[in-house]
Design a protein around this ligand. Structure first.
Ligand SMILES: Cc1cc2nc3c(=O)[nH]c(=O)nc-3n(C[C@H](O)[C@H](O)[C@H](O)COP(=O)(O)OP(=O)(O)OC[C@H]3O[C@@H](n4cnc5c(N)ncnc54)[C@H](O)[C@@H]3O)c2cc1C
Length: 594
């Protein structure tokens, strides 16, 4: 069995000691209640739900999966009851507007809630994750009437939200989509088309579904500039808000997948379904991006979630499994062999997993604090600066969180040897489950292209320059401190390398149209590792401040931080070299020669 207990101490360390989040958040309008005590109480409460309710049905949910009969989907045993508890606990509307029944708490705390829910049960956590994105999009773009009818139901968790973008011929390239929306005389639209791969498209845990569907109006221009967003309910709401007549929006079938089997993925048929425009005609992609930006950070957190549970499970196993002897001194001389945690390779896999998960968690919390500032700060300039940071970090958190989450799950499976490959232990489920996170919400290559093709170029590099200033502030703060030198120096080196790599990339792309795309994935990883180094410097600074009150915690942080700087950060050199090899060796081979 996998093992998981919510890393509350680590979460609190990042929230309070590293970032002093409560001070920043309570100063923002509407967040006066988000004190450290309130945030701690929220984390405690959610931890109970995760450990006691969601985690125990994770493995059985994978084994049973979802089924469909006569268009109705049944989720695995225990999911309905667990989801009910989740919804009744108010978790679907944690950050939503109190006017519609939400709790109005910061996104920062919601990130940590999402992380622990994902560790406990990735499949179940995806359902409310999608609803939260729908809430955000409707809050931003819905009409007052749409908000009044739909938001309270979504926020209470009574209704499920979905995002319906993908079609069989339109995945990464949404400009190709063909679903049509034709205006009706009553102001509604008839939506016709087939969407594939729709998570939570149909199931038995909620009384209604609210699909946000991308479609084309009859006068729509070609490509991505001709896409509009429509709200299409499964049941048309009655005047009193209860689900009424069935709409022509139904699941045709469900996908048989590699993992996340407790999370249903549907083919959705819209057959003249009644829908309503959300936002401006032809501007649906902008509307959907509000949802997608939230979901991209959420998917990044899914990678971190799996990394954490895989790490914990591998540590439990490595301390227990006896094979071979320690090279120096036996640790269990009274027994036939030592536990495998004595072996350098096993330690390497465990430490790499931990060092990355902790850096990713810190980076995600920092990014979500920026999300909150960008939503709430009274000063427009401060809001813009924070929004810049969110924009720059989103591809790094999404692609970094999920690429590393997947690598960590694999590394931790290796710690279990053959037992990891056997179903019973649950580690192979983590490897299967996390794999999709690298693909959905825009593949990780699409994230890397977003970083190099869009984010770096905005306003002459404003986002990148803003971020460099944040890192420089940290470096100035710790400069001259002997106890920080071994951490600050490698960060400085890596930062210089990143700056040079960025300048090289911008120059190279003036001559070579393939330069950015050829470099994108390596560049994102180089950037990610540098951002992790920044987080490690921040964590070490905070840990050293606790050295008198919590010497053991500080010592452990120093060890793991040192490991990161010495054994992971040097990878930036290789990435830099690969990136600078340019596109020629990639593009030279003729298509027919493959
Ligand atoms: C389990 C599951 C759940 C999903 N849930 C949802 C959902 O709820 N709603 C929804 O709308 N969709 C959903 N999706 C769809 C998902 O978002 C898409 O699968 C994803 O965006 C990729 O699209 P595609 O599969 O068509 O791949 P393609 O776009 O065909 O891509 C194939 C490969 O080509 C690469 N590629 C594509 N274009 C470029 C380019 N310009 N440059 C470089 N490389 C490129 C991609 O990175 C990828 O490696 C889900 C998919 C799955 C499998």
């Amino acid at each position: 069995m996998t093992t998981y207990s919510v890393p509350l101490r680590e979460m609190r360390f990042v929230l309070h000691d590293v970032f002093g989040a409560a001070d920043t958040l309570t100063a923002l309008p509407g967040f006066a209640d988000a004190t450290a005590d309130v945030m701690d109480a929220v984390l405690d409460e959610c931890a109970k739900l995760c450990e006691g309710v969601l985690f125990p049905i994770n493995q059985s949910g994978d084994q049973e999966g979802c089924t469909i009969k006569d268009g109705k989907v049944t989720t695995p045993k225990g999911f309905r009851e667990a989801y009910k508890q989740y919804a009744e606990g108010g978790w679907c509307g944690l950050t939503a507007d109190p006017e519609f029944g939400g709790q109005g708490l910061p996104e920062t705390i919601d990130y940590l809630v999402g992380e622990m829910v994902g560790s406990a049960n990735l499949s179940l956590g995806l359902y409310p994750g999608l609803t939260q994105g729908t809430i955000l999009a409707l809050t931003a773009f819905g009409t007052p009437e749409q908000k009044k009818v739909y938001l309270p139901k979504l926020i209470s968790g009574a209704w499920q939200g979905t995002m319906c973008l993908t079609e069989s011929h339109a995945g990464s390239d949404l400009g190709l989509l063909r679903t049509k929306a034709v205006p009706n005389s009553d102001g509604s639209y008839s939506v016709t088309g087939t969407k594939i791969f729709i998570s939570a498209g149909e199931h038995d845990m909620t009384e209604n579904h609210v699909h946000l569907v991308l479609a084309r109006l009859p006068d729509a221009p070609e490509g991505s500039r001709g896409i509009s967003m429509f709200l299409v309910p499964k049941f048309l709401p009655n005047a009193d808000g209860s689900p009424g007549k069935p709409n022509a929006a139904a699941a045709g079938s469900i996908e048989h997948k590699m993992g996340m089997k407790g999370s249903v993925t549907c083919v959705m048929n819209f057959d003249g379904a009644k829908g309503w425009l959300v936002g401006q005609p032809h501007k649906g992609l902008a509307g959907m991006f509000v949802m997608m930006n939230k979901e991209r950070l959420f998917v990044g957190s899914q990678g971190i979630s799996v990394g954490e549970v895989a790490y914990q499970s591998a540590v439990t196993y490595a301390k227990d499994r006896l094979q071979g002897r320690a090279a120096a001194t036996p640790s269990r001389p009274d027994q036939a062999a030592d536990p495998i945690i004595v072996h350098p390779d096993i330690r390497n896999r465990l430490l790499a997993s931990r060092a990355i998960v902790e850096a990713l968690r810190a980076l995600s919390v920092w990014t979500h604090i920026q999300v909150d500032i960008s939503h709430k700060h009274p000063d427009a300039e401060v809001r813009q600066r924070a929004d810049d940071m969110v924009g720059l970090m989103t591809p790094i958190v999404k692609a970094g969180g999920t690429d590393y989450g997947s690598e960590i799950a694999n590394a931790c499976l290796q710690v279990l040897g053959g037992h990891g490959y056997i179903r019973e232990h649950g580690m192979e489920q983590l490897v299967r489950d996390v794999r999709i996170t690298q693909i959905y919400e825009g593949t990780n290559t699409i994230q890397a292209l977003d970083l190099v093709g869009r984010k770096l170029g905005i306003d002459g590099g404003r986002l990148f320059t803003g971020w460099l200033k944040e890192v420089d502030d940290t470096l100035s703060r710790v400069s001259g401190r002997n106890d920080m030198a071994e951490f600050a120096a490698p960060l400085k080196d890596s930062l210089e390398r990143l700056k040079a790599a960025t300048a090289w990339l911008l120059e190279e792309s003036k001559h070579d149209p393939n330069a950015r795309a050829a470099a994108a994935n390596d560049y994102l990883r180089l950037f990610g590792l540098t951002a992790f180094a920044w987080m490690w410097v921040s964590m070490i600074e905070a840990a050293l401040a606790k050295k008198d009150s919590d010497a053991e915690f500080t010592a452990t942080k120093l060890h793991v931080g040192r490991y990161f700087m010495q054994r992971l950060l040097p990878q930036v050199g290789g990435l830099d070299a690969v990136m600078r090899a340019g596109s020629k060796s990639l593009m030279a081979l003729a298509e027919g020669a493959f």
